[in-house]
Design a protein around this ligand. Structure first.
Ligand SMILES: [Zn+2]
Length: 153
């Protein structure tokens, strides 16, 4: 790792300890060139594997951006979007997997989004599940109605 002050490529670890919750390791480093000290942190990255086979770190921002698109023109505020992003991330981390498929991220979005806004949910589901005909929409709307009735009874 390069020194963040002088960019020297050689630094030395002088101390290394777990964070209190054990979720990360912090290392105190010193630069052998300029002598300054800095701290790095090592955490487990939640990885998402895409259909192409490429993996990338999970991004809550990406989740929120996708949902924001589906919510265009809907009465959904940034707070709700942020909350949804947090719920999605928590449910994915809760599975205890270090790597998940990108379609599972989509699945984790559907539930909270349905509670947030049914129209946005339909838009998102239509893209995510690849709706091709009006019948696909009708079937989904039918399910939404059934779920709503179930809640009211
Ligand atoms: Zn340095």
């Amino acid at each position: 790792m390069h020194c963040p002050f002088c960019r020297h490529p050689d630094t030395r670890v002088v101390d290394s300890r777990s964070t209190e919750d054990g979720a990360a390791i912090r290392r105190r480093r010193t630069c052998s060139e300029c002598g300054r000290r800095f701290t790095t942190q090592e955490t487990v990255l939640l990885m998402v594997s895409k259909r192409s086979g490429v993996t990338e770190p999970f991004s809550r921002d990406k989740v929120v951006a996708g949902v924001r698109r589906a919510c265009q023109g809907r009465p959904v505020g940034e707070d709700s979007l942020a909350q949804l992003g947090q719920r999605v991330e928590e449910s994915i981390r809760g599975t205890g997997c270090a790597e998940i498929a990108s379609h599972e991220v989509g699945l984790a979005i559907l539930g909270p989004l349905r509670e947030l806004d049914e129209v946005a949910y339909l838009r998102f589901a239509s893209v995510y599940r690849g709706f091709e005909t009006l019948a696909d929409f009708e079937a989904e709307i039918e399910q939404l109605r059934a779920a709503r009735t179930a809640v009211q009874q």
